[in-house]
Write a protein that binds this ligand. Structure first.
Ligand code: GUN
Ligand code: ZN
Length: 428
């Protein structure tokens, strides 16, 4: 076992409220399988006597917090960040597809996988649900790198067998064979998980969507990820391609692609029937605010999501998104919350924003109690934050008079400099 003494941030599992110990102790140790988990977390004075022989690393002035969960990110779009376009569809055509086509080369995918994982960890992201490309080689490269680093990572081969250029378009039958082969090879190996990954409804034939849904039924433990209702042009395109469907989201439901462990990015242009469908199918949204602001897609409607009651968490959506940093994403979510789709904005609290990017993301993945928190039993993935990392951070965090002020200072001023270290749970 090992202990860390510093300030400690974690979440009450029921209320979503943050719990903060100014002088805290985090004790970690291996479970029966050798996986490092949280043994105890709380106030140092209350806990220390229970662990007299455990070596303690003292981190004065630091804050230990749960590792961040990124619910939606694109591995092959690491170098697409900051590519301007009129909107989603020209951005895909002019930047994204050309970049992704290079991942057919194994050497390219293997070169970029450590760059991507390094960037996640530098920014404090310890779990990601990531798109790869349509080439199995991109999935292989990312899984291999994550396995090497003990990272909890979920990814999958993108399915896109129509309206996609040469170089990224796949072939219906082979794409489903490749998906199943990858599921059998990687899902549940160490900390890795597979996600069935139709890019979005317009770029899959009905046959490919049907095949994806059949795999989703056959492998209920496997995740599903896609995009929905991001952009008005995209919504109209889906309406023309699937005229019989009640809505864009309903297309996925029709093909068996809405269930627990399904995560849909964006979920902006929804009505209440869509929201109720999300709730009833126990499907969650990956809210991607920097992407939505950058591509001019719209604003996730937090108030309506909560009124109807479906799950969601935060995501970077790099490279539509502009940053790997969870602090940038939380700040953008705050702006989006203020706006609201109907200008009925709400002011998301810093505790709520932080929850959405940690324990909330974990809950959306069906991994509450496993990751995203530092309660006993959770896997020991955490970040060590240095609130003095920049002059302004030092001034504002020192002046903070309560937890909300402290968390807001970090959300507004923080970036990768705030993350001194990301610690990944190892298997001994
Ligand atoms: N819709 C289909 N593909 C993509 C993608 O790569 N990024 C975003 N933001 N939306 C998409
Ligand atoms: Zn995306």
């Amino acid at each position: 076992m090992k202990a860390y003494r510093s300030s400690l941030l974690r979440f009450d599992t029921d209320s979503r409220q943050a719990i903060f110990d100014q002088d805290g102790l985090l004790v970690v140790g291996p479970d029966a399988e050798g996986r490092q988990r949280v043994v105890a977390a709380g106030d140092h004075a209350a806990l220390a006597a229970r662990f007299p022989d455990v070596p303690v690393e003292h981190l004065p002035g630091r804050i230990i917090a749960p590792g961040f969960v990124d619910l939606h990110i694109h591995f092959p779009q690491t170098d697409v960040i900051g590519s301007p376009a009129e909107g989603l569809l020209p951005w895909l055509e002019n930047y994204t597809f050309p970049h992704e086509s290079r991942y057919v080369e194994e050497a390219h995918a293997s070169e970029l996988a450590p760059v991507f994982v390094d960037e996640l960890l530098r920014n404090g992201v310890t779990t990601a649900l990531a798109f790869a490309t349509s080439h199995p080689s991109s999935v292989e490269a990312l899984f291999a790198e994550a396995q090497k680093r003990s990272l909890r990572l979920i990814t999958g081969k993108v399915l896109q067998d129509r309206f996609s250029p040469d170089g990224v378009r796949d072939e219906t039958e082979q794409s489903l064979i490749d998906t199943e082969t990858l599921i059998r090879k990687w899902h549940g190996v160490d900390r890795l998980g597979y996600a069935i990954t139709p890019r979005f409804a317009p770029t899959s034939t009905p046959e490919q969507l049907r095949g994806a849904g059949e795999l989703a039924a056959r492998y209920p433990e496997v995740w599903i990820q896609s995009h929905v209702a991001e952009n008005l042009g995209e919504v109209e395109w889906v309406r023309q391609l699937f005229p019989e469907a009640r809505s864009y989201l309903a297309v996925y439901d029709e093909y068996g692609l809405m269930r627990e462990r399904a995560i849909y990015a964006h979920c902006i242009h929804f009505d209440d029937e869509d929201r109720a469908l999300m709730r009833d199918r126990r499907t969650a949204a990956a809210v991607s605010p920097t992407s939505n602001l950058f591509l001019g897609s719209g604003f996730f409607d937090y108030a309506s999501a909560d009124r109807v009651g479906f799950g969601y968490g935060l995501a970077s959506d790099v490279g539509g998104g502009t940053s790997f940093s969870p602090f940038h994403t939380m700040l953008a979510a705050y702006y989006v919350g203020r706006e609201g789709q109907t200008k009925q904005g709400i002011s998301l609290s810093p505790q709520e924003l932080w929850w959405q990017h940690t324990a909330g993301g974990a809950a959306a993945l069906g991994l509450a109690g496993t990751i995203g928190n530092l309660q006993p039993g959770c896997e020991a993935d955490f970040v060590v934050l240095d609130p003095q990392a920049t002059p302004m951070l030092a001034r504002k965090t020192q002046a903070a008079e309560n937890l909300d002020e402290l968390l807001f200072a970090m959300i507004v001023l923080g970036d990768d400099r705030l993350v001194e270290r990301s610690v990944i749970s190892q298997a001994l």
